[in-house]
Design a protein around this ligand. Sequence first.
Ligand code: AHM
Ligand code: MG
Length: 337
Amino acid sequence: MKTLIEFINEKQADFSYATGEFSRLVHDIGIAAKIVNREINKAGIADIFGNEGTVNVQGEEQKKLDVFANNQFIKALKHGGMVCAIASEENDELITFDNELSNRGKYVVAMDPLDGSSNIEVNVSIGTVFSIFRRLSESGSSGDVTDLLQPGTKMVAAGYVIYGSSTMLVYSTGYGVNGFTLDPSVGLFLLSHPEMKIPDGGNIYSINEANYIYFPEGVKEYIRYCQEDEPSSLRPYTTRYIGSLVADFHRNLIRGGIYMYPGTKKNPNGKLRLLYECNPVAFLAEQAGGKASDGFRRILEIQPESLHQRTPLFVGSKHMVEKAEYFMNYFSRDFKK
Ligand code: AHM
Ligand code: MG
């Protein structure tokens, strides 16, 4: 099987104008993923469970592994020198580096280093999710916030690592989606899922139904539609909800399905963050033939205004997302931005 490095080098050769910097960046992310994976696999026997004793910008308790993963990815991106700034879920402010190499880096990264971290202690899949943009600020200085506040349509790459029954790196540079499984015996990511495509339809819907009474009418009606018995279709659908966006998205990418985290009256923007949760999965969904929306408009077209901004998310199989949008437009136009 082809390794991640072989795959990157092969793709690199397809672009005569490419300098190789971008390929090295993906390679750096792969290295950090392996280190984080090693640590996650020790959870339970090493003292890495539990809280760090600090709170992040979202007011959430940081787990020790959140902090470890954040540090590993920042370190890898700093040493690689391809990146001039990082926005991370774990850091209030933009991360920049005080060194010449990084200041000449052409790219910026938005990331959630360990998503779904409430699942760490119970041995359920978690993930790392990231998006990559070309910087807008001038080379030679440290990156600034405007470099990160670009709509998803400007993304040059996105991906995630899922730490599950096996560890996988799934990414896209805008030419389809490819998945690599880590072979732990040799420490290499191998191309196991070339050219991933999400089925146009499916029978899985993923949503935290405990919030049902707060959902917009459009979501309630869509859920009712999912549950209806319709022998000529796949309905009634089935629910699968892990509570790790990466893992829920990964399953739906392979099987076909829709993941939803809608807004409510109290939290009209929902929970998930645009830059480092919604944008990357939206990019991957579209690259795999699926769709991602806030109920009314394409996620990738949202102009971000701040690093940690939130948005409602409906992502997955094209026909399922379109149907959810139809219900939102019909019943919940008051949620339209
Ligand atoms: P986190 O970044 O603090 O881990 O929160 C994001 C996670 C997503 O992975 C997941 O889909 C969602 O939050 C689950 O939220 P809820 O528990 O409200 O259903
Ligand atoms: Mg998260």
